[in-house]
Design a binder for this molecule. Structure first.
Ligand SMILES: [Zn+2]
Length: 324
């Protein structure tokens, strides 16, 4: 695929953290026999000594039985990127949103409504299957700015419902209030707690309302006893799996760059905890994933032909929102 207009990366993880990210990617795990999907990844973030671009991530994932990815936006540029990649790449579906740690800044600049307008527009695209990630983060954002987060979260809930697509929630240290807002506002039919971080009590609340818990590499960490207890409480038809690439790499590679091809480590750990056969769990996770987002080929990528050369075009027209 020569010089596509879609850039490989939009930012680097190194610029987001003080830590040295000169790390190698871990080796590929043994392949899964039953295919699964990574429900949440940020492939636009470069990480490690030799960053992988989205096609390299996807190729490695396929080698180990991870057949596709939900690529998740966190602001306007990354949401556009996610929707653009999904439009040309059969292994990618997109989620679009303003992240709870981005919303307060936009609110202060007076541009949150403009950003939400773009998200609303992107949500009309056929391979955009979720509004996310949105929610509340009381860990990284200070109390005076929580009101802007709440308003943004409510607007995103409304968007998910008006487009009848899934909602992916980022909930950090805000379990009770996330639940309260969902109940007050009326949760979308398919509501997912991405990188679920609750305990057995929150898992029971999710079961009660038919909401989904998406488990990331954090469930494999030795100090994650409460999270592991929550996994055992969740209804089997309400669990999902994700990497949150490039963050939260599962054991035994915690601290290294993450990639969708690391899903088998998390899946095998979950299967052991649930005393389930690995293939049976993979089958269940894929069934649940399709229930939330549909199948990756429900709205196939359009292969367009250049009328002059007769060759396929593998790139989009630049989106009107892209900065030149
Ligand atoms: Zn994320």
């Amino acid at each position: 695929m020569a010089d596509s207009k879609i850039p490989s990366h939009l930012r680097t993880r190194g610029s987001m953290e003080a830590t040295d990210r000169k790390q190698e990617y871990p080796p590929l795990p043994n392949p899964l026999e039953v295919g699964v999907y990574d429900n949440h990844a940020h492939l636009e973030i470069a990480d490690g000594e030799n960053p992988l671009d989205f096609r390299e991530h996807l190729a490695r994932a396929e080698e180990v039985g991870v057949k596709g990815v939900v690529q998740v936006g966190t602001d306007v540029p990354t949401s556009l990127w996610s929707a653009d990649v999904a439009a040309i790449e059969p292994r990618v579906l997109a989620a679009v949103a303003i992240h709870p740690n981005e919303a307060p800044e936009l609110h202060q600049k007076g541009t949150l409504d403009d950003a939400l307008y773009v998200i609303d527009d992107l949500a009309k695209r056929p391979r955009v299957v979720a509004i996310g990630e949105t929610g509340l983060d009381f860990y990284r954002t200070e109390a005076p700015l929580h009101q802007a987060q709440r308003r943004s979260f409510v607007e995103h809930i409304r968007l998910a419902k008006s487009h009848n697509i899934a909602l992916q929630i980022h909930d950090r240290d805000a379990h009770q209030e996330v639940v309260d807002i969902l109940l007050k506002e009326g949760a979308p039919e398919r509501t997912v707690f991405h990188c679920f971080s609750g305990d057995a009590e929150l898992a029971a609340i999710l079961n009660e309302h038919g909401w989904y818990a998406s488990f990331a590499g954090t469930v494999t960490f030795t100090n994650a006893k409460k999270l592991q207890a929550a996994l055992q409480v969740m209804d089997k038809n309400r669990i999902l799996i994700e990497t949150d690439t490039p963050f939260l790499t599962p054991q035994p590679h915690r601290g290294k760059p993450n990639s969708p091809y690391m899903v088998p480590h998390t899946l095998r750990y979950m299967a052991k905890k649930l005393e389930m056969d690995e293939n049976a769990l993979a089958e269940q996770l894929t069934k649940n994933t399709f229930q939330v987002y549909g199948r990756w080929d429900d709205n196939p990528v359009r292969v367009r032909t250049n009328p002059v050369t007769g060759q396929p075009w593998d790139e989009l027209e630049p989106s009107p929102f892209h900065e030149s």
